[in-house]
Design a protein around this ligand. Structure first.
Ligand SMILES: [Zn+2]
Length: 374
C-alpha cells in the first residue's frame, strides 16, 4: 500500500486532493516504456498565489460538485467557440467567470491531470483554447509530447481551494514536460525540479527503494511557452516559474535560435513569485477588450506593448485593486503552511528530507531586479 506521497508535503504547496477519474489515454500516446499517467502519483500544484490547502473539506466539496457536472464538450466544438462564450469579471484574485468552459480530459498533446479535482478544470474560452492549441503545436513538432494540465478554476470562478488567484478564468497551472533518467518523455508528475533541472518522484515518502529520478524536458517545455507566445503574443500577462527553470528555458531558446521577439517576451513575462513554482508553471492571461467592457480586471505589471495595444483600441489598462484585508485573510485560509504540510506527511526517508533541505535554497522569492520582476 502506498504511504504518504509528495502530496501535502511540499512547502507552500500542494495537496493531491482530487476526484479520481479513470486512466486517460493522451491523444498522442507516449512511447510504450513510459508509465501511464494514471499510475503516476501526481504531486500537484504549488503556485505564487496558489498554495496548498489540506486535502480535506475543500476537496470533498469539489468532488461533490464534480459529480453533478456535465462532461466537457468535445475539443473541436470548444475550439470553434467565439470569445463571447465566456466572460471574466473582476480580477484574478477577486473575480468570477460566466459560462466557464471545461478543459477536456485530453486532446492532441495534452491531458487534464486526473488526480486534480474535476470541478477545478474550468476557464475562459481564451485560456482553454490557448492551452489546447499550444499543446497540439508542441506534439506536432516534438512527437511524444504530453502536457499535463492541473487546475484552472471553478465553473463560475471565485475562490478556489489551494489557490489565491485562479478566480476569473484566466489562470492555469501547467506541469513542466519531464523526462525519465534515460531521457524518455514521461507524463509529468509535478515534482519540484532543482537548479540542475532534476527532481525525484519519491512516491511513498517513507520508502527509498521506489524513488524515481525525473528531469526537466527543456526542449518541450520551451516549445510550449514559445507556442503560447506565438499563438497569443498580446494575451500572456504572466508566466510564473522558478528562476532556475526560467534560465534553463532561455538557454534552450538560444540553443534552438528561437525568434528574438518571443525570447524577449518570455523574458519579460516570467517571474518567480512567493511560492517557488519549481514543479509547475502558472499561466495568466490578460482580459480581452470585450471582457474589460464587462468588468474584467488585470493584475500588474502592465507592459508598454499591452498599453499600446489597448490604446489602439481607445482603451486604458484596468487593474484590480490589491487584496482587501478580508480577501487576504480568506486567501491565507485556503493555503497550507509548511508546518501543516510537514506534520501531515508523516515519516519521510532520508533522501526526501535531504531534498527538502536543499530546496530551501530556491524557495525564497529572488527579487532579480528586472523591469517587470523586481
Ligand atoms: Zn496557479
Amino acid at each position: 500500500m502506498r504511504g504518504k506521497s509528495w502530496c501535502g508535503v511540499l512547502v507552500l504547496a500542494i495537496a493531491c486532493a482530487g476526484a479520481r477519474r479513470p486512466p486517460l489515454q493522451p491523444a498522442n500516446p507516449l512511447p510504450a516504456r513510459a508509465p501511464a499517467v494514471a499510475t503516476a502519483p501526481i504531486a500537484a500544484a504549488t503556485a505564487g498565489d496558489d498554495a496548498g490547502t489540506p486535502p480535506t473539506d475543500a476537496a470533498a466539496k469539489l468532488q461533490l460538485s464534480a459529480a453533478t457536472m456535465p462532461p466537457p464538450a468535445p475539443l473541436a466544438e470548444l475550439l470553434a467557440l467565439p470569445g463571447s462564450a465566456t466572460t471574466s469579471l473582476g480580477g484574478p484574485s477577486s473575480g468570477k467567470l460566466v459560462g466557464g468552459i471545461a478543459l477536456p480530459d485530453s486532446g492532441p498533446g495534452f491531458v487534464h491531470n486526473h488526480e486534480r479535482p474535476d470541478a477545478a478544470r474550468f476557464g475562459s474560452i481564451e485560456l482553454v483554447q490557448l492551452i489546447a492549441r499550444a499543446a497540439e503545436r508542441v506534439a506536432q513538432q516534438l512527437p511524444g509530447s504530453v502536457l499535463v494540465v492541473n487546475d484552472l478554476g471553478l465553473e463560475a470562478g471565485g475562490p478556489i481551494a489551494q489557490h489565491g488567484s485562479h478566480q476569473n478564468g484566466r489562470d492555469a497551472d501547467i506541469l513542466y514536460y519531464t523526462l525519465d533518467q534515460k531521457r524518455v518523455p514521461i507524463p509529468s508528475v509535478g515534482v519540484p525540479l532543482d537548479p540542475t533541472g532534476k527532481g525525484w518522484d519519491f512516491k511513498d515518502l517513507s520508502i527509498a527503494s521506489d524513488d524515481q529520478r525525473v528531469q526537466l524536458d527543456a526542449p518541450r517545455s520551451w516549445r510550449f511557452v514559445q507556442a503560447l507566445l506565438e499563438l497569443a503574443p498580446e494575451s500572456v500577462q504572466r508566466i510564473f516559474m522558478v528562476e532556475h527553470v526560467r534560465s534553463m528555458l532561455l538557454a534552450q531558446a538560444d540553443k534552438v535560435h528561437a525568434p528574438k521577439a518571443v525570447r524577449e517576451r518570455f523574458a519579460d513575462v516570467t517571474c518567480q513569485p512567493e511560492a517557488p513554482h519549481d514543479d509547475h508553471l502558472h499561466l495568466r492571461l490578460f482580459c480581452t477588450p470585450q471582457d474589460m467592457a464587462a468588468g474584467c480586471l488585470d493584475s500588474p505589471p502592465v507592459y508598454p506593448w499591452r498599453r499600446d495595444a489597448l490604446k489602439a483600441l481607445g482603451l486604458s489598462p484596468m487593474i484590480a485593486s490589491a487584496y482587501t484585508k478580508p480577501e487576504h485573510d480568506a486567501a491565507h485560509k485556503r493555503i497550507t503552511t509548511p508546518k501543516q504540510a510537514r506534520a501531515k506527511a508523516g515519516r519521510m526517508d532520508a533522501r526526501v528530507l535531504q531534498f527538502l533541505h536543499e530546496r530551501e535554497v530556491w524557495l525564497k522569492r529572488p527579487h532579480p531586479g528586472r523591469a517587470y520582476c523586481r
